[in-house]
Design a protein around this ligand. Structure first.
Ligand code: PLP
Length: 261
């Protein structure tokens, strides 16, 4: 039987832990056929990102149109988008080939602190992609860059969610995984009416590379199969918990969350 399809619009990680590599194996684990519009080729290993080269914006557009016109897209997500020009091209193309559920993971930098966007591109994600998004999935660093809100507790997490929804997405997931001093990992999902706290265990590991990508693509896979946003996010959280619990060391730096379980 033909499976559902999910499209990742994102960059390649030569270390195989994040980016399209994480997205494709997450789609596979959900029984969803993965489609790819590559935006950038990063040069990286467990120690960090050494650099990247972006794909021309018209080639990103052509990849999306090629798969959407022939194979069909049941849901899509964005990861690393590299430049404002690519972001504008993606927004315009999605208007032409959509609508379908669309998850925006506003990737700005790697956890090792290397920029994955050229200057001004985060602003383009906010203005061009958030209004088109079913769900946005910022981590706490991205929340601060986008809103100026430092999330330190439940109250500031709610303030951040409300501020982010002003940018026009249907739903926001404010991920609490990077919050200091908490034993649980509490994420807040909201559409402005409902505020749903999702709490799960915090696993202590050095190896979390690719965690954000894996969560966003797990949610996208469930949306491709027809789940509601709250159900897709709850299932995605369970999925990433197991990936983090079984993360492994690889190389001298940060190892990946695990696809093996
Ligand atoms: N490389 C690519 C291509 C990515 O898409 C991402 C995250 O989205 C990263 C690196 C950074 O991953 P992490 O912050 O988990 O190390």
């Amino acid at each position: 039987m033909t499976p559902r399809t999910a499209l990742t619009i994102a960059g390649s990680d030569s270390g195989g832990g994040a980016g399209i590599q994480a997205d494709l194996r997450t789609f596979f684990a959900h029984g969803v056929h993965g489609l790819v519009a590559l935006t950038a080729v990063t040069v990286q290993n467990s120690l960090g990102v050494q650099g990247f080269t972006e794909i021309p914006a018209d080639v990103v557009t052509a990849q999306i149109k090629a798969v959407a016109s022939d194979m069909g897209v049941n849901a899509a997500k964005t990861g690393m988008l590299a430049t404002a020009e690519i972001i504008r091209a993606v927004a315009k193309t999605l208007d032409e080939v959509g609508p379908f559920p669309f998850v925006v993971d506003p990737v700005a930098a790697s956890m090792t602190g290397h920029a994955l966007l050229r200057e001004d591109a985060l602003e383009a994600i906010r203005t061009e992609l958030f209004p088109r998004a079913t769900l946005i999935t910022p981590n706490l660093d991205e929340v601060r860059l986008l809103t100026g809100v430092s999330v330190v507790d439940a109250a500031s997490q709610r303030t951040a969610a409300e501020a982010l929804l002003e940018f026009g997405s249907q739903w926001v997931l404010v991920k609490g995984g990077h919050m200091q001093g908490t034993t649980d990992c509490v994420d807040l999902l909201s559409d402005g009416r409902e505020f749903i706290e999702l709490s799960g265990p915090r696993y202590i590991t050095e190896n979390t590379h690719g965690g954000g990508d894996t969560l966003a693509s797990a949610i996208t896979a469930s949306l491709a199969k027809g789940a509601s946003v709250p159900d897709a996010v709850a299932a995605g959280k369970k999925f990433i918990e197991r990936c983090v619990a079984e993360a492994y060391p690889l190389g001298a730096g940060v190892g990946p969350v695990s696809p093996f379980w």
